[in-house]
Write a protein of this length. Structure first.
Lengths: 193, 454
């Protein structure tokens, strides 16, 4: 649990400067922001949609939307990566809507690679990554986003709160509800088996 | 007193930072143990996926495409601002802004006649100063085209322009090919999406045929460019081929609903292309390219069954479809036999599957012709190359849906020996030679303005 955040390649004023340049229509600066964040956004999208083709399309769209909206981005409000994640979330939700009830993405387990827990670890914890991912993707809206941003992407509650436009306390409540719901989904799944 | 949501968050933070363990936390909040324990365990099980990264080719391509789009939008915005209404680009859908666009376009056209900027930009390539102007001109043309079908045709034309740029850049050894590849994919994707959206409308038959034919024409050109482009661009071009190949199937399905004979002709033509491509790739030990081409062939085999069903449903032209399928499948099987010999052991199963699907299609067509009282002089069962091991041949031919008996002749039926449209027999010779090219490939459309410019 908890991914180490390593997005601060360009920190503080360096990052701010790049963002300010991008806001003043500097494509080179935006290209640098793209280079910094494309891997993280792709990975986030891939976790949620489960296949390379859709992940590539959506990642491209995220940066196109980001360019269109960067004039409205305010550095003090929310970290840049969290802002990009919010754009990703909205696009993914739209894409789900377009696909309506197509849930094939839930079954795509190709993202599971060698670092999956050993059978002993899985047995001890009772959940494996495949089942957990499936269950997380069954959560709705903010619940899914809070769990992914916190546990997968390593954001703090403050950052998540600013990204979602909520208070920190509300984010903790959403997290509690999300984990409770996740438990219900996993228990139900166990019963069916 | 703290809420359970806050306690849960606190515990998670303490455990993550190593300040306490799961057990420490549960002891500290013993009264909440029952509620906290399962939630904490679930939370601690959530892990980030492993080392998932986009491919380098994707990153380069997307970066190029983003910057290309940004330049194009900027160029467009500048034109708008030189018109009557500053900022009109955000509201182009309104009538007044469309009128403004027409005025701007007229100004542009006048400028072009006088050897102006827009005209001068038309020969530019990615990386040239004038290239954004060229893209901007295309955007204006799209904006001024209200008819959906015409927009699709324009996008195909722009995709054709990107192909020309790709080839010119590959010949120059430029490092900007990815920009043109990205633009090509962008236009083709848009053409596919809009064609799919028009399904059911009057224009959909001719439009789906135009788009499907454009793919057939573009594929050999893309192969040619792939062969001379640097390796990284080559991969991106291969993915572009894969994308248009996959999307062509959905367009063929639309066409099959209106004109199954034409859909079959195009499908068989492109199947031939994929087999030739697989053969070349595998001869050059390009396993990835061979696999991709073979995968596309298999997908078209599967789509072929649907097209045949469309034809049988419409009672229109199904005999000629069955005949075409049988003739071409004989060639496909001969080519697959040659490919089978070249592929590494782990790919033989894929080739076997392709042969099995082809053989099934052959049998279905043969049975259908016989059931309709039509005769043909091709073997009733598909013939496989002697180079294929006996066991594999047995597996492929086992339980095929081949009907080997003719129905009884009824008065007026077009039975065996009657006036059925028997093929000319050349294909039996072709089969023996193993590599006969398909006799009459459907022609590519002429490069009329507004259609494929390549």
């Amino acid at each position: 649990m908890y991914t180490q955040r390593n997005d601060e390649i360009v920190t503080g004023t360096g990052l701010e400067l790049l963002i300010e340049r991008a806001k003043s229509d500097d494509t080179d600066a935006f290209g640098k922001l793209y280079d910094m964040y494309v891997d993280r956004i792709y990975r986030h999208v891939y976790y949620r949609v489960g296949n390379a083709a859709d992940s590539e399309d959506l990642t491209q769209e995220v940066f196109m939307k980001a360019w269109q909206a960067i004039g409205r981005y305010r550095i003090t409000d929310t970290p840049f990566l969290a802002w990009l994640m919010r754009i990703s979330h909205n696009l993914i939700v739209d894409s789900y809507r377009k696909k309506k009830r197509d849930e094939s993405y839930l079954d795509d387990d190709s993202w599971i690679i060698d670092s999956a827990p050993t059978p002993e670890e899985a047995a001890e914890l009772g959940y494996d990554r495949r089942r957990l991912r499936r269950a997380i993707l069954r959560l709705h809206g903010d619940q899914q986003q809070v769990l992914i941003m916190h546990f997968i992407e390593g954001f703090t509650y403050t950052e998540i709160a600013s990204s979602l436009g909520k208070k920190e306390g509300a984010v903790r409540v959403i997290q509690h509800r999300a984990l409770t719901r996740l438990r219900q989904i996993l228990e139900k799944e166990k019963d069916v088996r | 007193m703290k809420k359970i949501a806050d306690i849960l968050a606190l515990c998670l933070e303490d455990i993550a930072s190593g300040r306490s363990t799961l057990e420490d936390c549960l002891e500290k909040y013993a009264s909440l143990r029952q509620q906290l324990e399962p939630l904490l365990k679930i939370a601690l099980s959530i892990e980030a996926p492993g080392d998932i990264k986009p491919s380098a080719a994707f990153k380069v391509r997307t970066r190029a495409h983003l910057l290309e789009e940004i330049h194009a939008r900027r160029a467009k915005a500048k034109w708008w601002q030189t018109g009557f209404v500053a900022g009109a680009q955000r509201t182009v859908r309104f009538r007044w802004s469309r009128a403004a666009a027409i005025v701007v376009a007229v100004l542009l056209a006048v400028s072009a006649i006088g050897g102006g900027t827009a005209y001068a930009s038309q020969d530019s390539l990615p990386g040239d100063v004038m290239y954004p102007v060229k893209l901007g001109t295309e955007n204006v043309r799209l904006m001024l085209t209200a008819d959906d079908a015409s927009r699709v045709r324009l996008k195909l034309a722009f995709a054709g322009t990107r192909l020309q740029e790709m080839e010119a850049l590959a010949d120059m050894g430029s490092d900007k090919i990815s920009v043109a590849i990205s633009g090509y994919q962008h236009n083709m994707k848009a053409a596919f999406v809009e064609t799919e959206q028009l399904e059911g409308e009057d224009a959909s038959a001719s439009l789906s045929e135009t788009v499907a034919l454009a793919v057939s024409c573009h594929l050999p050109i893309l192969c040619r460019i792939e062969d001379k482009a640097p390796e990284e661009d080559g991969e991106a071009i291969e993915r572009a081929q894969e994308m248009i190949g996959e999307r062509q199937i959905s367009v063929l399905r639309i066409l099959a609903g209106k004109n199954p004979v034409r859909a079959t002709e195009i499908k068989l033509d492109v199947m031939q292309h994929w087999l030739e491509r697989a053969d070349v790739a595998l001869t050059e030990a390009k396993i990835g390219g061979g696999e991709m081409a073979l995968g596309q062939f298999v997908a078209l085999c599967e789509c072929g069954n649907e097209i045949a069903q469309c034809a049988h449903g419409s009672k229109d032209g199904f005999n000629s479809i069955d005949e075409m399928n049988m003739q071409c499948t004989s060639n496909h099987l001969a080519m697959l036999g040659a490919i089978y010999k070249k592929v590494p052991a782990d790919m033989k199963e894929s080739v076997e599957r392709a042969m099995r699907l082809s053989a099934e299609g052959y049998c279905r067509a043969s049975s259908s012709l016989l059931a309709a009282g039509m005769c043909h002089n091709l073997p009733e069962k598909p013939q496989l190359s002697d180079d294929i091991p006996v066991k594999v041949r047995e597996r492929i031919l086992d339980n095929l849906p081949c009907e080997t008996t003719l129905p009884e002749e009824t008065p007026g039926s077009n039975g065996p020996g009657g006036g059925g449209s028997a093929p000319n027999g050349q294909l039996n010779e072709s089969q023996q030679s193993g590599y006969a090219p398909w006799d009459v490939p459907p022609p590519c459309p002429s490069s009329a303005p507004g259609q494929h410019e390549v």
